[in-house]
Design a protein around this ligand. Structure first.
Ligand code: ADP
Ligand code: ZN
Ligand code: ZN
Length: 803
């Protein structure tokens, strides 16, 4: 009898990262399976764990075994494949096994929840009598009421499909309203109260509404001013402000009818690509395809027709899109084609909604998942294809433990299911394109747009010359004229700014001094609303100095422009234009994103101004002009991929213009027009960019010529950090091959975060099969100190963030 369970417990320390054995009490014998969560005694505590394996009595020493206290799941939450994938993640990223399991599950399952047994009205008649009594007049029974029953009897009904276990998140998930603060007196009265009020915090609140009287989310108001709600309450009491509870609606897609669409007759290039993918679907082959197609070449149509094929085989498909490209437009396309067979997973959903979508997948109510990174763990059991759209996006790499890349997970699952993986992009990563050229991936190329229009013409404007010519505006003469022209013709313009809000760094124009955070050594961000500067890493803030702390000049200003500022200038220059601004501030409310886009799509606005979030996936026929206000901001990041990222971004943004009947034009404003990332983006010559950039990478020994691993050590004491990092480097120098390069130890690009000093070491290597074992050894050596002494050693294989 297998009455011993091996359990991975929810403790994140290196020494305890292994399975522990527990006795299965007789009442649960035969019901507990691998992949179920249980509660077990651990030292003085009771904690959660995952059952990974069952054993016979004679396989273990029985005398010291404790028994399982409780069973949390009636059926496994992780199937056999996902358990195995968990081990693989652990091995590849050196994370804790428990973290690997948890990352694959929706947050609702980790949060505090109420557990219910549920039965639909229709299913009630199928229940045995004793169960019918339990569900009399209700469809939901609290788990506590059935806890005492033998688990097998519950399991039996669940297997028959009449009962279901559901979790309801207690606090976070169910929330449907939001508190909003706004003035209820005139501007004059606000100013008067402001004069009369002494309390500084109340004055700050009043100043906010004097500047802009529109209501604002309470949470945002409090956090931006750094206050508690006491001053707000006082002002409400005085009858100056009012607090409202505003409904925010739940599933943004639920009440909508999606217009069904039919497959397009494909263009030749699309057909060739689809045929190759179909071959591999039919033969159940695990091939990796790189679908390299210019923007507007109809990649999504190819994905959808390939999925059609997969569904006809009775299999399932996962489609990953970057979070910011998961626009309502994108969702609409998939829902339009596959209707209710589609589940959507993205971060704008509440914990409860995400869990709802996940359950649809687990119960096999859907066969297509469209989602951001974590959707790669969708608990399908019969996957026929995995698609990663915009494969170059850095958001596919998770920056916390486990530091996995969705592409690697996709390939691992593709091997397990013997199904193709399709990577799509107009600007593939150098790594992927190099692999495709070597034949490791199958290269599928689409060079033509589906519309009769070719790619838009791109013009580069040198902003230094504008300045020399006396133009101090953020709009060049060229861009200004073209916007004017579009307004006259009734066509639409998209303006792109690579920044957020009204905030950027503060610099002295006389001496160049930049205000930095005293804890994090990065520049502080200016917030106009309350005239303060703030740290984005640790939220430290202070008032904006009146004079430069270094040279006392009073010519200290914030540098660069935010979307709000651009909007103001647009209003001045084009008073008649209808403008929509899209950034984090205007889209934080649920459904706002969709509403703004719809307004623009319906032609009720002339100009769409926005940040990164408008760079991808938008497809509006009437857009004939795209302007990039500052192309340089990314070029100067401390990252060897800065050039690649700039090229990608400019291509994506340009791709928004002239996608249908009208030809498109793009204006790129820059201070460094000579850089090849910018000049080649103008000509849309990816392959030439690839060749140039590969040369740089080769000469500087970067990927794809070398692999990278980044080790970062941090601790509150500088000496400790230096000591540990030096020992690690010495150990690795001793072990690594001759042609492996170990850079450092050096201070990290951000030397301190939250009062912790940070040092790093970068390893560049061609072949180092043992590296992962050595690093595991390093972690084991410092396990004690990492648990007890606040030491952190983070290891990032193939890092995408160099900070
Ligand atoms: P990409 O993802 O490559 O940027 P899309 O899939 O968004 O391109 O396609 C661009 C436009 O072309 C979309 O409006 C799409 O509906 C349309 N389209 C795609 N395939 C065809 C086709 N075979 N014939 C006509 N139009 C098509
Ligand atoms: Zn100065
Ligand atoms: Zn800071």
């Amino acid at each position: 009898m297998k009455n011993i369970a091996s359990v991975i417990v929810d403790v994140t320390t290196r020494q305890l990262d292994r399975p522990f054995d527990y006795l299965i009490p007789p009442k649960w014998e035969g019901t507990i399976q691998p992949g179920m969560r249980v509660i077990v005694p651990f030292g003085p505590r009771k904690i959660q764990g995952f059952v990974i394996n069952l054993k016979n009595e004679h396989e273990v020493k029985l005398d010291k075994l404790k028994a399982i206290e409780d069973v949390l799941d009636v059926t496994p939450v992780l199937n056999k494949e996902l358990l195995q994938l968990g081990y693989w993640l652990t091995k590849k990223t050196l994370c804790f096994t428990i973290s690997a399991f948890q990352v694959m599950l929706p947050a609702a399952i980790k949060a505090t929840y109420n557990k219910y047994l549920q039965c639909t009205e229709e299913d009630k008649v199928n229940l045995p009598d004793e169960w019918q009594a339990l569900f009399l007049n209700r469809t939901k029974v609290d788990w506590k009421e059935v806890e005492h029953l033998p688990l097998t009897t519950v399991q039996k009904q669940i297997e028959r499909g009449v009962l279901e276990v559901v979790y309801e998140v207690k606090s976070k998930g169910g929330k449907k309203t939001e508190r909003v603060i706004g003035p209820i007196v005139s501007l004059e009265q606000l100013k008067q109260v402001y004069e009369e009020t002494k309390a500084q915090k109340q004055r700050d609140v009043l100043a906010t509404f004097i500047e802009d009287a529109s209501p604002i989310r309470k949470k945002m108001l409090l956090s931006s001013l750094g206050i508690t709600d006491a001053p707000v309450k006082s002002l409400v009491k005085k009858g100056v402000l009012k607090e409202d509870e505003v409904e925010i609606y739940r599933d943004p897609y639920a009440e909508r009818d999606f217009v069904p669409t039919k497959p397009f007759p494909l263009k030749e290039e699309q057909q060739v690509a689809l045929d190759s993918i179909k071959q591999s679907v039919h033969h159940n082959r695990h091939d990796v395809f790189l679908l390299y197609g210019v923007t507007g070449s109809g990649k999504t149509e190819v994905y959808m027709q390939a999925i059609d094929e997969v569904l006809q085989q009775g299999k399932e498909a996962i489609v990953l899109v970057p979070e910011i490209a998961l626009t309502p437009q994108m969702v609409e396309r998939f829902k339009g084609r596959f209707g209710s067979k589609v589940a959507v997973l993205h971060s704008a959903l509440s914990v409860g909604e995400k869990y709802d979508e996940w359950r649809k997948i687990q119960r096999k109510e859907v066969s297509v998942v469209v989602g951001a990174r974590s959707a790669i763990f969708a608990p399908f059991e019969n996957i026929g294809m995995i698609i990663i759209d915009e494969e170059h996006e850095s958001s596919y790499k998770q920056e916390d433990n486990p530091r996995y890349h969705a592409r690697d997970v996709a390939i691992e699952r593709g091997i397990y299911h013997q199904c193709p993986v399709v990577l799509g992009s107009a600007t593939p990563t150098l790594e992927s394109f190099a692999r495709a050229k070597k034949g490791v991936y199958h290269l599928l190329t689409m060079t033509k747009r589906t519309s009769e229009q070719g790619l838009p013409t791109v013009e580069i404007v040198d902003m230094r010359e504008q300045l020399r010519g006396g133009n101090r505006s953020m709009f060049s003469k060229e861009l200004h004229e073209k916007i004017e022209d579009r307004l006259q013709k009734g066509q639409q313009t998209v303006l792109f700014l690579n920044r957020r809000g009204h905030s950027t760094f503060v610099m002295c124009r006389d001496c160049g001094y930049v205000i930095e955070c005293p804890h994090c050594d990065i520049s502080l961000t200016y917030h106009r609303m309350n005239q303060r500067v703030k740290c984005h890493y640790c939220s430290y803030e202070e008032a904006l100095p009146k004079t430069c702390p270094s040279c006392e000049s009073d010519y200290i200003r914030f540098f660069g422009t935010g979307t709000q500022k651009v909007e103001e200038e647009l209003v001045k220059l084009f008073p008649a234009a209808r403008i929509i601004r899209m950034d984090v501030d205007t889209t934080s409310r649920k459904g706002a994103h969709e509403k703004l886009l719809k307004t623009f799509g319906d032609g009720r606005a002339d100009i769409l101004l926005g940040t990164q979030m408008i760079a991808k996936g938008l497809d509006f026929p009437n857009v004939t002009l795209v302007g990039v206000l500052t192309a340089d901001t990314m070029l100067h990041l401390p990252d060897f991929r800065a050039g690649e990222k700039t090229y990608q971004l400019l291509t994506q943004v340009s791709g928004r213009a002239g996608r249908h009947h009208l030809p498109g034009e793009v204006i790129i404003q820059t201070y460094t027009p000579e850089h090849y990332s910018i000049s080649l983006a103008k000509m849309q010559k990816y392959e030439q960019f690839f060749v140039e950039e590969m040369q740089t990478r080769r000469s500087r020994q970067y990927p794809p010529y070398y692999y990278l691993t980044l080790i970062t050590v941090s601790h509150p004491e500088l000496m400790k950090v230096v000591n540990v990092v030096e020992k690690i480097v010495a150990y690795l120098r001793n072990k690594c091959a001759n042609d492996t390069i170990i850079l450092g130890p050096v201070v990290s690009p951000i030397p301190r975060i939250k009062d912790r000093y940070r040092y790093q070491c970068m390893i560049k290597y061609k072949r180092e099969p043992e590296l992962i074992n050595w690093l595991q050894f390093v972690q084991e050596q410092y396990a004690q100190e990492m648990t007890k002494d606040n030491l952190q050693i983070s290891i990032d294989f193939n890092p995408t963030m160099m900070m």
